[in-house]
Design a protein around this ligand. Structure first.
Ligand SMILES: [Zn+2]
Ligand SMILES: [Zn+2]
Length: 518
């Protein structure tokens, strides 16, 4: 299918239309060609001139708003598209565009040459370039048009009211107020909240206000686990509004709601859709490692949207931005229950890799594990690789066959975490996959082989943050078993001590410019 730019009678600005819809009254400005050869057109006002049935109008409006979709994703014929295109309710844009001699995918914003391949294309019958980076969402090629809704947003007749009835800690209360003010003034804010500060609840007032105004709210996170945990909590707290949860395997992909919780990958589906964007666990993999994901989140938000970054361990780049006053900062150094963070202890355990080869654990590690099993304290045991996890698990299973290991590609991962939560697994040996997002009341944590470079300062702080999260059991042991102390271990220790030393009341939220010298 080829596309052209045409002027309709009385039009000042061109439209992009497929060749099949050209009429004799249209003046062709740019001759029919592959869509990626055409420049993207600016968005013009609607010019209603074709009749549309209400049902079809609503269907397209709800399905397409805030997104850019492929022809195949909408199941409409060109004849059905025509009135939308001619009235400028929908515009067609090229899926790939050439910028400075390079292709850029307009859906995932990827532009690295390795991300593009060439294949014999059935759409255009030629050798055609396509984007590999977002292939799992349907192939975008040089001949692919993207459909975008530029008409009015879907009307909302929803009663949005948070039903959350918990009580904020002093720190939460101040941070919640900062978030409300950022969302109202459409600015950026970093919320640096220690693990267990209760950062989800502090979003509620801002989310409620934004939705009540008819705005669109996105919570994006690099981690599928967080989407799975957040979506039901948000549904319970905002019963008046459907929450769309998007991750690789979700069924919600075609439903419309102004309230979306999505993995950062899934934000590629959206374009200038959201007034408020909250990026939870902003420093987590793969968001920080993949510039295209940062671009995707940027593309999903409206240009003047409020952006709230949430984390317990901000990246050096984010901290630098706050220091240069290019990003506001609100800090919550205390947990919601008011108790300090458990401070990790270091325990030397000798050349443990050699021992593992002989099917043995260092005495210190096995002694600690036996004590915890006897005490019936659930324990996370973090290790640096799948191979070490498997070996350690098989050795520890001799103590108790219910002991389990888990890693990111484990198909039973969610079942195992559930069983651990329900007390069926005494020790869960895990790779860093569980360093965040999992809350097991009363659990303690140890890192076995803490000197491995995979255990960065932030990974170790997050791991320590798994402990002492409940009101009933606000403390517990965090042990780093090591064969040589690292800078990251020392930094994590200092990080936690510093947070614990920060004042508990009043100064917990220190807006930029008002920070007192400490
Ligand atoms: Zn792409
Ligand atoms: Zn093609």
């Amino acid at each position: 299918m080829l596309f052209c730019h045409v002027l309709q009678p009385e039009d000042e600005h061109p439209l992009c239309l497929p060749q099949v819809l050209i009429e004799s009254t249209d003046v062709i400005q740019l001759a029919p060609t592959v869509v990626s050869n055409l420049p993207a057109l600016p968005f013009m006002k609607q010019t209603p001139r074709r009749l549309l049935t209400k049902t079809l109008y609503k269907k397209v409006q709800f399905h397409l708003f805030g997104k850019e979709l492929l022809f195949e994703e909408m199941a409409l014929t060109w004849e059905e598209w025509e009135p939308f295109l001619r009235s400028r309710l929908v515009t067609i844009r090229p899926g790939l565009q050439v910028e400075a001699g390079r292709y850029r995918c307009q859906r995932c914003h990827s532009n690295t040459p390795e991300k593009f391949g060439v294949f014999p294309c059935v759409r255009c019958g030629k050798e055609c370039t396509y984007c590999r980076h977002c292939l799992m969402m349907g192939r975008i090629t040089a001949c692919t048009p993207l459909f975008r809704w530029i008409g009015p947003p879907p009307p909302l007749e929803l009663k949005v009211q948070s039903t959350w009835e918990g009580v904020y800690s002093a720190g939460q209360e101040l941070a919640a107020a900062e978030i409300v003010s950022s969302v109202q003034s459409k600015t950026e804010l970093l919320v640096w909240a220690v693990c267990g500060a209760g950062k989800t609840e502090i979003l509620f007032p801002a989310i409620e206000q934004s939705l009540q105004k008819g705005e669109h709210v996105l919570i994006a996170t690099p981690r599928t686990d967080v989407v799975l945990e957040l979506a039901p909590r948000l549904s319970r707290s905002f019963p008046g509004i459907p929450v769309t949860a998007l991750h690789g395997k979700s069924d919600d992909k075609n439903s419309y709601s102004p309230f979306v919780v999505a993995t950062t990958h899934q934000t590629m589906r959206f374009t200038e859709a959201f007034d408020t964007v909250i990026v939870d666990e902003v420093d987590a993999f793969p968001y920080t490692a993949d510039e295209a994901l940062v671009q995707a989140v940027n593309k999903a938000k409206k240009q003047d949207a409020a952006v709230i970054y949430l984390t317990a361990t901000p990246t050096p780049e984010l901290i630098k931005r706050t220091q240069h006053k290019r990003l506001d900062l609100a800090k919550i150094p205390r947990r919601f229950h008011g108790h300090p963070l458990p401070v990790p202890r270091f325990k030397w355990c000798g050349p443990w890799r050699k021992r593992l080869k002989k099917e043995q654990l260092p005495a210190a590690v096995s002694k600690w594990c036996r004590t915890k099993i006897a005490e019936q304290t659930p324990v996370f045991l973090f290790v640096s690789s799948v191979a070490i996890m498997e070996k350690t698990t098989s050795i520890l299973q001799k103590l108790d066959p219910a002991i389990c290991g888990v890693h990111s590609a484990d198909k039973e991962r969610h079942e195992k975490v559930k069983a651990f939560r329900e007390g069926e697994i005494p020790i869960l040996i895990t790779t860093t996959i569980l360093e965040r997002g999992v809350t097991i009341p009363g659990a303690e944590a140890a890192v076995f082989g803490a000197e491995d470079s995979i255990f960065t300062e932030s990974a170790l702080v997050q791991i320590a943050g798994r402990v002492g999260r409940s009101h009933e059991q606000p403390d517990g042991e965090v042990l780093f078993f090591h064969f040589g102390k690292t800078k990251a271990m020392a930094a994590a220790h200092k990080h936690i001590k510093t947070m614990n030393a920060l004042p508990f009341l009043q100064k917990e939220v220190t807006p930029i410019g008002k920070e007192e010298s400490t």
